[in-house]
Design a protein around this ligand. Structure first.
Ligand SMILES: Nc1ncnc2c1ncn2[C@@H]1O[C@H](COP(=O)(O)OP(=O)(O)OP(=O)(O)O)[C@@H](O)[C@H]1O
Ligand SMILES: [Mg+2]
Length: 240
């Protein structure tokens, strides 16, 4: 049997005495888009940060390509091929678009591909080419999100984790962003998408996990969940 690209088995994460994620298991296979949805405080960012080793797990196991990531540091995770675009983007706002992209190629093994990666970023996000020498703090919210994704791609990830990329963006910009995420996936990048924008996330994802207070409440193929009356009722708030 082939290994999953990423697998979490019974993961617990606590902040002090407060458990933020409890007994969470899930997996992502290569080539898919998986989405984690849930309200504020459900534990979505905590799961991404645990995968990235930004915060420790208190129990459970995490595997990438069949290998346990126990004991690894955040920089080892990037080297393995997992990149996270954090909530709030965290760009270097005084630096230009090009400088932000160049800094994205910080893992040594990605540097020889830097020129090629920048070309690819500009093909995926043509607006960034037009803004190449502009400081990133002067970009619109949508452009900044695109730059944050493009910068993560400079590290040539096998798995790209996006934490609420649509946050604060106008509906038209959100549609374009989601289309671009789908395109990126079609180009071969596996994606873990965390969203509060449940409906749109599920339109591009293959499979969804619904989190509530740190545990998985429901999961399923997006096309099934979108037809499921319990899901529509409790998660999407649609009464039939
Ligand atoms: N640094 C922290 N210290 C203490 N508690 C935290 C910390 N970060 C998150 N929490 C708590 O852990 C729980 C899960 O938070 P998390 O940020 O993972 O949720 P989320 O689903 O990403 O929410 P949002 O949609 O608001 O980003 C919440 O109860 C939150 O208050
Ligand atoms: Mg969050």
């Amino acid at each position: 049997m082939e290994n999953h690209l990423l697998e979490l088995r019974s993961v617990d994460v606590s902040y002090g005495d407060a458990q933020a994620v409890g007994n969470f298991s899930f997996y992502i296979d290569k080539g898919k888009i998986i989405t984690l949805v849930g309200a504020n405080g459900a534990g979505k960012s905590t799961i991404l940060n645990a995968i990235s080793k930004i915060i420790p797990t208190s129990s459970g196991e995490i595997f990438f390509s069949g290998m346990s990531t126990a004991g690894l540091k955040p920089e080892d995770i990037v080297k393995l091929g997992i990149c996270q675009v954090p909530e709030g983007r965290h760009l270097f706002t005084k630096l230009t678009v090009l400088e932000n992209l160049e800094l994205g190629a910080y893992p040594v093994h990605t540097r020889p591909f830097m020129k090629d990666s920048i070309e690819k970023a500009f093909t995926l996000f043509p607006i960034l080419k037009e803004r190449i020498n502009q400081s990133s703090g002067t970009l619109s919210g949508g452009e900044q999100q695109m730059l944050a994704i493009a910068r993560a791609l400079m590290a040539r990830p096998k798995l790209l984790m996006l934490d609420e990329p649509s946050l604060g963006l106008a509906p038209k910009v959100v549609s374009l962003l989601f289309k671009t995420i789908k395109k990126l996936n079609n180009d071969g990048v596996t994606i873990l998408l965390v969203e509060q924008n449940v409906h749109q996330a599920m339109e591009i994802a293959d499979y969804a996990y619904v989190l509530q207070t740190g545990t998985c409440k429901m999961d399923g193929h997006c096309h099934d969940l979108l037809k499921n009356s319990d899901f529509k009722n409790t998660i999407l708030g649609i009464r039939e």
